[in-house]
Design a binder for this molecule. Structure first.
Ligand code: GLY
Length: 390
């Protein structure tokens, strides 16, 4: 079978790797591999602390993917000869003010619905787990099974693994999916997925019938990368926190890199504006939780684009007999790599219903090309800016 995959982010490459392992002839198309969310993401694999109200249908798939991650990481390291920075360290969620503590208690209710391990901690117990926490921290919640991985290392390893598996990478854009020389096409282009006007159905076969598109919206996020210098201590856990009602997360790698994220707004593909304020906010919040961060070297400010959908659940499933969607992973692209790759490989292998029905890419009907997939945005006549827990 000949398979064309549109998008060489980590989702597209993982699908390509699995399809090649199953014996398919695979070509991945992307003018700039890894230029979407894959190399900006912090890398949290967080079925508990990335649980959000209204997104409960994601829970079992997140859990399945999180449980698959240790084996996936080992297999990818063996196939690529490269390390992927998988870390089996717990996540702490903490707050500094009464309001923040109330927010954590509200979140903890939701975390308990995930049926995974969650422990309430006193401030003293939280500092025992994470000695770098500020003395102002007012206790919190421990999620011992939320882990992390290094998304850049994962993307680099996937590029090596697909090459070794015989996958062809074409660094050119794709205009017309119908013209691709393939039996099956997988759209895994993250925020770029909305550009494939006419994706799915008969519309795929010609631009003249291009009437609709995939309902993916761009949710921008600013992320900082810092580095501990010399013998400076780094957090030994992933720390998520609420500071005066605003969220922040701090993810540490074995190599001393400390990632602080992330803002969330809907200004489209804008890599420039608002970054000064974003850096200020993220540093202030993270330093309130872990004062040591003020001593680190700020290495990088990056802007990434999360592919959101109207219900924030991914689009994974068949669009027609030739086309599969594997996109719209919003805040959870890295966490969902193993389960998405497995589901799409099963769909390519002819297994109907391999992806959860809640992720059916046609569940919103067909979004008119040029219209925002989010009715609120249409009503407002443009993009809105929001800050939220991410
Ligand atoms: N998963 C974290 C974020 O999207 O910022």
């Amino acid at each position: 079978m000949r398979i064309a995959i549109v998008g060489a982010g980590s989702i597209g490459l993982a699908v390509a790797w699995r399809a090649a392992q199953a014996g398919a002839e695979v070509v991945v198309h992307d003018p700039d591999p890894g230029s979407g969310a894959s190399r900006v993401a912090a890398g949290m694999i967080a079925p508990v602390t990335e649980a959000h109200y209204g997104e409960e249908a994601l829970g079992p798939f997140m859990a399945e993917s999180a449980d698959a991650w240790p084996g996936f990481a080992r297999e990818l390291e063996a196939a690529s000869g490269l390390q992927v920075g998988f870390r089996d360290v717990p996540t702490l969620v903490v707050g500094v003010e009464d309001g923040d503590r109330a927010e954590i208690e509200r979140q903890a209710e939701l975390y308990r619905f995930t049926a995974r391990n969650v422990e309430a901690l006193s401030p003293r117990a939280a500092r025992k787990v994470e000695p770098l926490l500020s003395h102002r921290v007012r206790g919190g919640v421990l999620a011992p099974e939320d882990r992390a991985v290094d998304p850049r290392a994962v993307h680099t390893a996937l590029l090596a693994a697909v090459e070794r598996a015989g996958v062809m990478l074409r660094c050119k854009g794709v205009d017309d999916l119908g013209a691709l020389d393939a039996d099956q096409v997988v759209i895994a282009a993250g925020c770029g997925s909305a550009e494939f006007i006419g994706a799915g159905g008969g519309a795929l076969r010609g631009a003249e019938s291009a009437l609709w598109t995939l309902p993916v919206r761009t949710v921008r996020g600013v992320v900082l990368r810092l580095r501990a210098v010399g013998a400076q201590p780094v957090p030994r856990t992933t720390v998520r926190g609420y500071v005066k009602g605003h969220s922040v997360y701090i993810v540490t790698r074995e190599n001393g890199e400390v990632v602080v994220g992330a803002t969330s707004d809907e200004r489209g593909f804008d890599r420039l504006t608002g970054t000064a304020g974003a850096v200020h906010d993220l540093l202030r919040r993270s330093i309130e939780l872990v004062p040591e961060i003020a001593e680190y070297h700020l290495e990088e400010v990056s802007v990434g684009f999360r592919p959101g959908t109207p219900d924030n659940l991914p689009l994974i499933g068949r669009l027609d007999e030739r086309t599969i969607a594997a996109t719209g992973h919003y805040r959870n692209g890295i966490a969902l790599i193993p389960a998405t790759a497995a589901a799409v490989a099963a769909l390519l292998g002819g297994e109907e219903g391999a992806a959860p029905a809640a992720f059916d890419p046609l569940r919103f009907g067909r979004t008119r090309a040029g219209a925002s997939p989010d009715p609120d945005l249409n009503a407002a006549g443009g993009a809105t800016t929001q800050e939220e827990d991410s």
